[in-house]
Design a protein around this ligand. Sequence first.
Ligand SMILES: C[S@@+](CC[C@H](N)C(=O)[O-])C[C@H]1O[C@@H](n2cnc3c(N)ncnc32)[C@H](O)[C@@H]1O
Length: 197
Amino acid sequence: MESDRIKWNSRFASQESFLGRRPSPFLAREIERIKVLVPGRRALDIACGEGRNSVFLATHGFRVTGLDISEVGLAKAARRAAEAGVTVEFVHADLDHVRPAGRFDLVLNFNFLQRPLIPVEVELLTPGGVLLFDTILATPAVPPTGNPDFYLRPGELLRLFAGYDGEILFHEESDAGDLPTARLMFRKKNCCPDDGM
Ligand SMILES: C[S@@+](CC[C@H](N)C(=O)[O-])C[C@H]1O[C@@H](n2cnc3c(N)ncnc32)[C@H](O)[C@@H]1O
C-alpha cells in the first residue's frame, strides 16, 4: 500500500540503520542447522527492509532474492550487499498486490505480518524447504501500540502452520528482547526421493 511505502521510506531515511546491520539473532543462531536441512541454496527474504538478513544469507552461500516496498530500504540493502562483496537480487514489490513467484529452499518472514501471504510462502517452498518466521507478538503485558492486525496473537503462529504438510521444527514465544516475539521454523514435507532435484 502506498502509505506503507511512504512510512517505511521515511523511517529508513531517518537513520543510518533502522533495524541494525547485524542479522536477526534467530537466523544467526539457526544458520548452520538450516544449511544442513535445506535441499538447495535459493532463498527469498520477504519484506527484506535494509537487507540485513539477505546479505547474511548471501555471505553463507545462498542465492537470495529480497522483496520490499521501500525503495529507500532496498537502496541501502544493495549498498550493504556491495560492501559485503555479495550479490543479492533486490526487488521492489508491494506484497499487498504482488504475490512472489518461483521456488525457494528457504523463505524468511521477519518482522512483517501479512496473514494471507503465509499459504503463498509455504507454496513457494521446494519439498524439504524451510520457512523461518519471526515477528512481534501481542501479549496482555505488551498490547499493540499500532494496528493490532500487525501483531501475532499468543499461540497463533502454531495454529497457522499446524495445517500444512510438513513439520514444525521449532517454536517459541519469548519476551526476552525489546518486544515479545513469536518464532517458528517449518520444514515442508519432502514427499519423494527425487523432490527438489
Ligand atoms: C520491520 S521492517 C522488517 C525488515 C526486515 N524483514 C528485517 O527484519 O530486517 C518491515 C518491512 O516491511 C516492509 N513492508 C511493509 N509493507 C509492505 C508491503 N505492502 N509490501 C512489501 N514490503 C512491505 C517495509 O518496507 C519494511 O522494510
